[in-house]
Design a binder for this molecule. Sequence first.
Ligand code: HEC
Length: 160
Amino acid sequence: MTERSAIWRSVAFLGLGLAWAAWAFAHGKDRWPVPAEAKNVKNPLPATEASLAAAKAIYLDNCEQCHGEKGKGDGSDAPLYSVKPADFTDTHMMEEMTDGEIFYKISEGRRPMPSFKKRLTEEQRWQLVNYVRTFAPKLEPAPKTVGASVTKKVLPHKHQ
Ligand code: HEC
């Protein structure tokens, strides 16, 4: 009898653990699941000056209230939500995302972010992909040799 209840208890524990893992996966901050085929979709649109200018207007109308004018995730509506709007100035986060992935996220949305599939055309969404890429400072190309540029970057932090 006791052995049996012990087994049931561990089964229940396992179940809880799995449920938690599933919940954490679905709601985890940095885990917005994107299907592999969506990630691999190539951006058909070059980031020309004209298309970036068009995208800016769309961005100011549809995205700025949450993501902020400079893309920092600090728009006027941002404090209303428990999930912080993405900060597009975060170079590492942006480098990790493919264009297809950004396009998918803009199209589908994820609460509180609305879906823009019906509100914006495909071309407008690709324009936005190129536009949100303009916020993050580019990573410096890796130095060919370990030289002055690396040392310079490390030094200022040493004495703080
Ligand atoms: C109502 C507020 C709101 C609006 C409007 C909004 N977003 Fe978002 N957006 C968010 C939030 C919140 C997240 C983070 C969601 C998450 O991680 O679960 C997000 C995430 C994103 C991401 C994913 C970044 C990542 O970390 O995976 C992209 C790309 C994005 N938004 C682009 C846009 C664009 C482009 C627009 C306008 C067409 C827009 N958003 C409009 C709130 C908003």
